[in-house]
Design a protein around this ligand. Structure first.
Ligand SMILES: Cc1cc2nc3c(=O)[nH]c(=O)nc-3n(C[C@H](O)[C@H](O)[C@H](O)COP(=O)(O)OP(=O)(O)OC[C@H]3O[C@@H](n4cnc5c(N)ncnc54)[C@H](O)[C@@H]3O)c2cc1C
Length: 510
């Protein structure tokens, strides 16, 4: 008796034949077809993401329960005269359909959790100071598991409900990046299923070409099945400080000073505009009294620049931490009286965006369009960037809706052999325009993003997009710059039939 899966997979094979005009593959030999789903719930989930801008409908969604399932699917695709695309979907927090697979198959990575039964996909080595973590694991779970051993990863993202495989495919950046490098700089080893369906263990010394290709590789070379993440002793608490500026050059000088001295654990920054709420949804920080003080200042200056810095501490250093924060603030020129401090647990600080997420969800404001633009801007052009983008476009047009992140980081901890790209300067700034729109105005916000990109292009500011999205091959070549040839060569080596992560729209889809 034919099962639902059989019926659907025959349909699937039929559609594939039709659309590709291909010699049929023998789907009967695909044992994993029982784990393919075609129902509206599975397809609906796989054809949307956090961006709510792109909608690419796959033929089917694989719910794997082991890495063998994924290996079999990819090998099968390779054997087809015209292969179908396969895209890993972590937590679906891409904003431009990078996790989708039009007419192909999406692999729901979270379903790999099924294989662990009562255990988890996170194994901590206290002796080695590392954790072996499934690519499908969320960073919040990595944090909770490692803390049980008094350890934690050193490099984070601002938000922890992202998968390890998803962030390692980009870079994984936050306020610790200047000190420890991005998350991709804190990986010792990986198991990867390549676009040919080969299961390979790789590290700096073993299959290093694959190792560096996958880190920041936008899912183009393989699916990360396991990553070995560097751990260090976890602190217990943090002193979390925000300082305000109205002068951009003093703000950036102080930010750069802070990332050049010893002792700081985290540095970010934000742009505050007189037409947006003072506390953005990501991490409410100020008291109502502080807010009214800041509001008067904003009325006067139009834009304020905010440095956010953190010092970790634990029981042994608790009596020294205030002095240490004072030492870090020596010589800083923030507006007198506009330095604010909070004391939080390390976990609450790292997980600071979660509360904002839950609040937005409860108001129906989470699943809305997110036309984000994230840029890496070279330090040498930062004054031009402020005049042309922050003051002239963002502040004059008064359109932005959502957090505006702006902080410097260092290039030294980014290994140039990795696929991730940065500007060609020792220090560059990270700009995050984290817009939340609605279904009628998001295009307006996106037009502004394009205006920003066009201004930088005209001004010759050689920036790189983070979480990039481009429509033309020329733009991708420009994004990768001197790394483009290597990127192409690695694609030919590890995914010659161009099966993986078509949603990135880098190579022609098959
Ligand atoms: C609220 C929010 C806050 C964020 N904050 C930060 C931040 O502070 N710092 C930062 O760096 N980023 C941040 N991001 C961006 C985030 O890191 C990326 O969108 C990341 O890709 C999301 O992970 P995911 O698991 O949802 O990946 P998905 O969106 O599911 O996938 C992203 C890409 O990776 C590929 N992929 C997924 N899993 C694997 C795997 N196991 N192996 C190989 N390829 C895979 C997919 O095919 C796709 O191309 C944030 C995103 C959101 C929505």
């Amino acid at each position: 008796k034919a099962t639902m899966a059989d019926a659907s997979s025959n349909q699937f094979a039929g559609k594939l034949r039709q659309s590709k005009n291909a010699v049929p593959c023998n789907f009967d030999s695909l044992t994993v077809r029982a784990k393919l789903r075609y129902d509206p719930e599975a397809i609906g989930l796989a054809s949307t993401d956090y961006g709510h801008i792109v909608r690419d409908i796959p033929f089917a969604v694989l719910y794997p329960t082991s890495s063998d399932d994924i290996t079999e699917l990819i090998k099968f695709s390779n054997k087809c005269p015209l292969p179908f695309n396969v895209s890993a979907r972590g937590y679906g927090h891409s904003v431009r359909g990078q996790d989708m697979s039009h007419n192909g198959i999406v692999v729901n990575m979270l379903s790999l959790n099924e294989q662990y039964k009562n255990a988890t996909g996170i194994r901590v080595s206290t002796a080695g100071h590392y954790a072996d973590v499934g690519g499908e694991q969320l960073w919040i779970d990595v944090l909770n598991a490692t803390l049980q051993h008094g350890l934690a990863p050193v490099s984070w993202t601002d938000y922890l409900y992202l998968t390890v495989g998803g962030t390692l495919s980009n870079a994984g950046i936050s306020g610790q990046t200047f000190l420890h490098g991005p998350q991709i700089s804190n990986v010792l080893e990986m198991d990867v299923i390549t676009g040919k369906g080969d299961f390979m263990t790789c590290s700096k010394d073993k299959n290093s070409e694959l190792f560096f290709a996958v880190l920041g590789g936008l899912g183009q070379f393989g699916i990360i099945n396991r990553a070995r993440i560097v751990l260090a002793k976890a602190p217990k608490r943090v002193k979390w400080v925000k300082m305000l500026y109205y002068d951009f050059s003093i703000f950036t000088r102080d930010q750069e000073h802070l990332i050049s001295i010893n002792g700081l654990d985290y540095l970010e920054g934000e742009l505050m505009m007189d037409y947006t709420p003072i506390d953005d949804w990501r991490s409410p920080f100020f008291t109502p009294y502080n807010e009214s003080q800041i509001s008067s200042l904003l009325k006067k200056h139009g834009i304020l620049y905010c440095i956010e810095m953190v010092k970790y501490y634990d029981d042994e250093t608790a009596n020294l931490v205030d002095k240490e924060v004072q030492r870090l603030q020596v010589g800083l020129n923030y507006i007198p009286g506009f330095s604010f401090t909070r004391d939080e647990t390390y976990v609450d600080f790292l997980n600071r965006v979660r509360q904002g997420e839950l609040t937005l969800r409860s108001k129906g404001l989470w699943d809305v369009p997110h036309p984000w633009l994230n840029l890496f801007v070279p330090k040498s052009r930062i004054m031009d960037f402020n005049a042309g983008v922050i003051v002239d476009i963002l502040h004059r047009e008064k359109k932005t809706k959502g957090p505006l992140l702006f902080y410097p980081t260092t290039k030294t901890k980014w290994d140039d052999r990795m696929s991730a790209v940065t500007p060609d300067e020792d220090i560059f700034y990270i700009l995050g325009l984290l817009h939340s729109g609605n279904f009628s105005n998001w295009q307006d916000l996106d037009n502004q993003n394009n205006e920003v990109l066009e201004f930088c292009d005209r001004a010759g500011i050689k920036l790189k997009q983070y979480l990039p999205h481009y429509k033309s091959k020329e733009d991708w070549i420009k994004q990768f710059g001197s790394k483009w040839n290597t990127f192409q060569r690695r694609k030919a080596q590890f995914d010659p039939r161009m099966i993986l992560s078509p949603g990135q729209k880098i190579f022609n889809s098959v």
